[in-house]
Design a protein around this ligand. Structure first.
Ligand code: BGC
Length: 749
């Protein structure tokens, strides 16, 4: 009987491969679940880290698998998924070997259910040596170019799949409204529309042409929900977010990515208003499943189920933690450093604390995912996928993306672009560092090991020297090199130069190691900057950083400022192109660059945030005064916007409004211009924001050229969340704002 059903199962697997219809998958999954024991089911829901199967555990450096440990994971604990690396990136060949060994061991198991492996390809495939690293999401948002986001995601998918890995823990859809937060660089910035647009572009890139495609990976939206706004700014600490804000600023990105078909979702490690999200049936089942209609796999974040007991203190025992999370809606536990979840869940089911129906539901989602990514057809690294690794055109794409990210924030007296025969001093801690250009998730979690970067990666100092032969350096290799902070050296070196390019900012960090208590620049960087300014030579400040660090006191004293963010493999080349005018910058700030800790007002503020009232009529309206506003970014040419033309003075119901504007490049250089369209409703039942980004388009204009840009808006583009937590559009008058132009129209039901 058993043998017969296994044969049937095998036939079933074969049958599914040509026609992967949802019905066919469902039938196959149902048939498989009927065969499974409780152990096999809870095993599928268990995800462990590579350290548990690697020789030497966490100490492993070379990706070698310990056959006995692997056997234990697969045969004893029947784990459904493995993630992560132990120390750092491995070669593409080593990754393929690891995957092959895992699936070989699976072949010895009763039901031979393939393991799905997951990695964090956040801005390119993090954990494969020589994989292409693109700008971090915050920099991708500055490009205002969703096509770049999609294409970069596509390359990431190809390089993951070439490594034999079919599940990517990206995109990060958290809204970056707390710049202190160490994961700010992983976000698309402070705006919801930007997050939705770029998030969907990323999902489309990862999953293009279906998950079975050997150039695609399953995406994982994260971290649902409200992870990015911890009150203190420290990673994995509590958020207090009223539901109206949750729905206005944090949920829409997930809603849109779900509509785009994202296959999986990872949960916020923190708590919102006192409820850890991993224990929130409301968020994980009522909202996510019933309201948003998500049908894919919910995976916990790192160790977050047990932490309901050990950190959040809402579960009295480890088993209660498991019961809470699984009943709330978590399908797979990223346990990941032991097998405790397996034992605890099994016990909980046996005691009737978790119903079998819930287990079957979770397992069926996991098996469905595995079928969709083609693991049942061929669990091994695909031959054709390997050919997609490391293609030369990826470098061009990385450079294009870095170019479009570069954001010129100040250019007094047109100090930039520099002529290549100028005598230039390049100094500062980010000038001779590679890790400070790439940031988190770069060949190692923290991104801070210089030796792991491809040998031909360039520092800013090298990229500048390549273009300008009169370049002098002050400082030494590596961000923390004491020579980088040597003021006397800098002063001496500055004596004979025309201009100083001072490179400040942040070295790479990820998650809690990146926690800070202040956005102020460290004293040693400020001292260096003041010394450079004190020489009397013009200073170009280059800020290479994941989040905005204060430059308020330096800004008036420097001639130029370029923000590079962490723009990946080609940061240095892209910056040098901008500094010397080989690329005309077009990046736009995806956040409000704050002035000081007490002035952290976001661009979509309420009118009362604009008010600075001293007493009665002694009032100003300048509450939103960041150092540079959201959307700011200069060019070496000038763009002039014509008047905004509307297709009608008013629209009703579902009618559409066409917004037309002409853009003229009035300068002497070709350049790209991002046209941001904002709306503002005059009066509404909920205090309306002063500005909301509703659309954007990037265009290229030759010097002297004029182009017409058109947007189509409808009621959905005017909507907001009301007091009843419904997304509504209320009748009323609206402003449309593009650049320095404004037009008014009204909306009626
Ligand atoms: C992070 C996730 C990541 C996971 C696996 C966690 O610490 O919060 O974003 O996907 O580790 O590496």
């Amino acid at each position: 009987m058993k043998r017969l059903s296994l044969c049937l199962l095998a036939l079933c697997w074969l049958a599914i491969s040509p026609a992967q219809t949802p019905d066919a998958i469902k039938q196959k999954v149902d048939a498989l679940i009927k065969q499974m024991t409780l152990d096999e089911k809870v095993g599928q829901m268990t995800q462990v880290t590579m350290a548990l199967i690697a020789k030497g555990g966490w100490g492993n450096q070379d990706g070698s698998v310990d056959p006995a440990a692997l056997k234990k994971a697969i045969q004893d604990y029947k784990v459904g998924s493995i993630l992560n690396t132990t120390a750092h990136a491995l070669s593409v060949e080593t990754w393929r070997q690891v995957q092959t060994q895992i699936q070989d061991e699976v072949k010895n198991s009763r039901l031979k259910i393939p393991v799905i492996y997951g990695l964090d390809g956040i801005h390119g495939q993090t954990y494969t040596l020589d994989a292409t690293l693109f700008p971090q999401s915050i920099a991708m948002a500055a490009t205002r170019n969703p096509e770049l986001v999609r294409n970069a995601a596509k390359v990431t998918a190809k390089e993951l799949r070439a490594s034999g890995v079919r599940w990517n823990f990206a995109p990060v859809l958290d809204c970056g409204r707390q710049p202190l937060w160490s994961r700010f660089p992983e976000t698309y910035g402070e705006d919801v529309f930007m997050g939705k647009t770029m998030g969907v572009a990323a999902v489309n890139g990862y999953q293009e042409d279906g998950l079975k495609n050997p150039a695609a990976v399953a995406s994982c939206m994260k971290h649902y929900l409200g992870y990015s706004a911890p009150r203190t700014g420290k990673d994995r600490t509590p958020s207090y977010i009223p539901e109206i804000e949750l729905r206005e600023y944090f949920l829409p990105q997930f809603r849109e990515a779900i509509k785009a078909g994202s296959a999986t979702i990872m949960i916020n490690s923190g708590d919102i208003n006192g409820t850890p999200v991993h224990a929130s049936k409301y968020l994980l089942t009522d909202v996510l499943r019933k309201e948003l209609g998500f049908e894919g796999v919910v995976v916990s974040d790192w160790e977050d189920i047990i932490r309901l007991h050990t950190r959040h203190l809402v579960a009295h025992t480890p088993r209660e933690a498991v019961v809470l999370a699984v009943n709330a809606g978590v399908d797979m536990s990223m346990v990941p450093s032991d097998f405790s979840f397996f034992d605890l869940l099994k016990e909980a089911v046996q005691k009737g604390e978790v119903p079998m129906s819930r287990i079957d539901e979770a397992v069926s989602r996991i098996l469905t995912l595995k079928m969709k990514v083609g693991l049942f057809d061929n669990p091994y690294p695909e031959k054709e996928a390997l050919a997609n690794f490391g293609k030369p055109e990826y470098q061009t794409l990385a450079l294009n993306a870095a170019h479009e990210a570069m954001t010129l924030l100040k250019n007094s007296d047109n100090i930039l672009p520099l002529s290549k025969d100028k005598k230039i001093l390049v100094a500062g801690p980010t000038a001779q560092s590679i890790s400070a250009l790439n940031g988190c998730w770069s060949y190692i979690w923290q991104g801070n090991v210089e030796e792991l970067y491809p040998a031909n990666s360039k520092t800013i100092a090298q990229a500048i020297s390549d273009k300008a032969s009169n370049t002098t350096l002050s400082g030494g290799k590596g961000f923390n090199n004491p020579a980088n902070y040597d003021i006397e050296k800098l002063k001496n070196a500055a004596a004979s130069v025309d201009v100083i390019v001072l490179c400040l900012g942040e070295n790479a960090y990820a998650e809690s190691p990146g926690n800070i208590s202040d956005l102020a620049l460290p004293d040693n960087q400020l001292a260096l900057a003041n010394a450079a300014i004190g020489t009397g030579k013009p200073v170009i400040l280059v800020m290479t950083q994941g989040r905005p660090r204060f430059i308020t006191t330096l800004e008036p004293k420097v001639k130029g400022i370029v923000l590079t963010y962490w723009s990946g493999r080609k940061t240095a080349e892209a910056l040098a192109d901008v500094l010397f005018g080989d690329y005309n910058p077009d990046g736009r700030l995806p956040f409000s660059y704050p002035r000081s800790m007490g002035e952290m007002v976001l661009y979509d503020r309420k009118r009362t945030e604009d008010v600075r009232e001293v007493f009665n009529e002694n009032m100003t309206w300048d509450g939103y005064k960041p150092l540079f506003p959201f959307g700011y970014g200069l060019s070496y040419t000038q763009f002039e916007y014509g008047p905004i033309q509307l297709s009608a003075p008013s629209i009703r119901g579902s009618e559409k409004l066409t917004v037309t504007i002409t853009v003229k490049n009035t300068g002497t250089r070709d350049g790209k211009n991002a046209v941001d369209l904002f709306t503002h409703q005059h009066y509404a039942s909920i205090t309306p924001p002063m500005q909301r980004l509703r659309a954007f388009k990037k265009i290229f204009l030759k010097a002297g050229e004029t182009q017409t840009v058109q947007f189509t808006l409808d009621q959905n583009d005017l909507a907001f969340v009301n007091a009843e937590l419904k997304t509504v559009t209320e009748p009323g008058d609206f402003d449309i704002m593009i650049g320095d132009k404004k037009a008014q129209f009204s909306y009626a039901k």
